[in-house]
Every structure is written in C-alpha cells, then in structure tokens.
Design a protein around this ligand. Structure first.
Ligand SMILES: Cc1cc2nc3c(=O)[nH]c(=O)nc-3n(C[C@H](O)[C@H](O)[C@H](O)COP(=O)(O)OP(=O)(O)OC[C@H]3O[C@@H](n4cnc5c(N)ncnc54)[C@H](O)[C@@H]3O)c2cc1C
Length: 242
C-alpha cells in the first residue's frame, strides 16, 4: 500500500555543527508517529516542477516516543537543491509534506551476538535512534560498538549525549574517529573508522553483525574490508545515503 503524504510542521531547528542542523517536526494529523528505529521519512520539497525530483529521504534520528514528533539531522550539501532549500527557507512553523516511515534498515532482531554500528557524518542518525531505543526499553544485548567518523572535532554529532550513554549503558561502546585531527580526546581516535572495527573484530568476527550507514564511498570501503576479514555477506547490513 502506498504511504500517504502528511503535512509536517517544523517545531524547532538547531545548529549542530558548522554545516549540520537538527530539524524537529510534528505531524498534527496524527496522535502518534510510529516507526521502527532505523527507518526514514521522505520530504517533498518545493525545489523542482517534477514531483519525484522534489523527494529527499532522511533517517529519523530520534527514537519513537509515543508522540507525533520526530527529529532529523541533516548536513548541508554544497550546491545541493534540497538541503540548500531546507537550510535557507525552513523556519519554525514551516509546513513540509512528508511520508513515512519507510525502510528495512532497522533495529536488529537479535541481540545474541556483538553488534557494530559503523557510520560517518549524518549516517549516525539511524544508530542514534536505535541505541536510545535499546537503552530506554532496557533491551538486553552483548557488546554494541558505535563507530562514528567525521573530519574535525567540531564536526562531531551527538558526541556528549553518546558519551553519557556509554557511561550508563553496560556493553555499549562509543568510538568517535576524527580523520583530520592529529590528536583526539580520551576514548576517541584519529583517522578513519576502518582500523577501529578491524582491530575490534579480531574477537568474535564469526558471529558479529555489522550495520553500515552513510555515503556510498565509506560503505563500499567497509564492505570490502569486512569481506577481506572473512565476514559473510549475511552479517553485513547497510543503508547508503547516495
Ligand atoms: C534512506 C536515506 C536516508 C538518508 N538520511 C539522511 C540523513 O539522515 N541526513 C542527511 O544529511 N542525509 C541523508 N540522506 C541523503 C539525502 O537524501 C540527500 O541525498 C542529501 O540531503 C542531498 O540532497 P540535496 O538535495 O541537498 O542534494 P542534491 O541536489 O540531490 O545533490 C547532491 C548530489 O551530490 C551527491 N553527494 C553530495 N554529497 C556527497 C557526499 N559527501 N558523498 C557522496 N555523494 C555526495 C549526491 O549523491 C547527489 O547526487 C539520506 C538518503 C537516503 C537514501
């Protein structure tokens, strides 16, 4: 069944990093916006005459909270039609047509083995939703490693929140990686995400499940490195932003 388009209203916009904003939405026609952590919504933005050229998808970064609200975290693409519109034109009270939830890149069904969430930039959105859901619903799990990559310290997303969660949630390990820093704070890394999971996977790689999210280049690299490590394709799940 085709999902219906609903009117969403922007309730808050926050600057997260120099080129990333958090957009908060409410869907007034719904009492509750139900979704599985990891799913995305599609926005219909007035950026093109042709309908399907106006659609842009965004993973939901908040977790279901029983209300009709949700949060997105969006990076401004230089010259990108959709994000330039959103960054310049959207304000509190703006109306946006949207549909969702969509997608099958969702919360793991089993938590019997170690889980790796690997992402760069706003690819953290579905994992932030999942880990907050796991924490607030007290879901039992083995090790969950969230390996997040960005360039500079100032590009970090949800860093303080996830560090705090790491201290509260036994078995949850947060590994921020900064590719353009020469020194990183305790518990963080310099360089790319890849060496971090390659080192951790020395133990338990036969049963671990890996979830990748972000732009195609990182996902392609990671899939190749995981195959080289001997992981089966069935252990690797991914959502590519493009
Ligand atoms: C399921 C899904 C979930 C998504 N979730 C998010 C999200 O949570 N947050 C978010 O910021 N974006 C997300 N995206 C990406 C988003 O849908 C748009 O593609 C993005 O915002 C660019 O839109 P735009 O209209 O500004 O750019 P466009 O006008 O569409 O042009 C951007 C073009 O450049 C390419 N491009 C731009 N930057 C890069 C890059 N760094 N690496 C590789 N290619 C690039 C794109 O593939 C595209 O062809 C998601 C995409 C999908 C499919």
């Amino acid at each position: 069944m085709a999902l219906e388009w609903l009117e969403g209203i922007v309730t808050k916009i926050e600057n997260e990093t120099p080129n990333t904003k958090k957009f908060y939405f409410e869907i007034p026609s719904l009492e509750k916006f139900d979704f599985i952590p990891g799913q995305f919504v599609t926005l219909d933005l007035p950026i093109h005459e042709q309908r399907n050229k106006r659609w842009r998808s965004y993973s939901i970064s908040s977790s279901p909270n029983g209300t009709n609200t949700f949060e997105l975290v969006i990076v401004h693409m230089e010259g990108g039609l959709g994000t330039t519109y959103m960054f310049n034109e959207l304000a509190v009270g703006s109306k946006v047509m949207l549909r969702g939830p969509q997608g099958v890149f969702v919360l793991p069904k089993s938590f019997e083995n170690d889980i790796y969430f690997i992402c760069t930039g706003t690819g953290i959105a579905p994992f932030r939703s999942m880990i907050n859901y796991i924490h607030s619903n007290k879901i039992a799990h083995k090790n969950i490693h969230l390996i997040f990559g960005c360039r500079k310290l100032e590009d970090g997303l949800y860093i303080n929140e996830l560090k705090e969660l790491e201290a509260k949630e036994a078995g949850f390990h947060f590994h921020p990686c900064y590719s353009r820093e020469t020194a990183a704070p305790a518990g963080s890394h310099t360089g790319y995400v890849h060496p971090v999971y390659e080192a951790l996977l020395k133990d338990g790689k036969e049963t671990a499940h890996i979830y990748l999210c972000g732009w195609k280049a990182m996902i392609d690299d990671a899939r190749k490195k995981l195959a080289d490590l001997g992981l089966d394709k069935k252990q690797v799940h991914f959502e590519s932003f493009g």
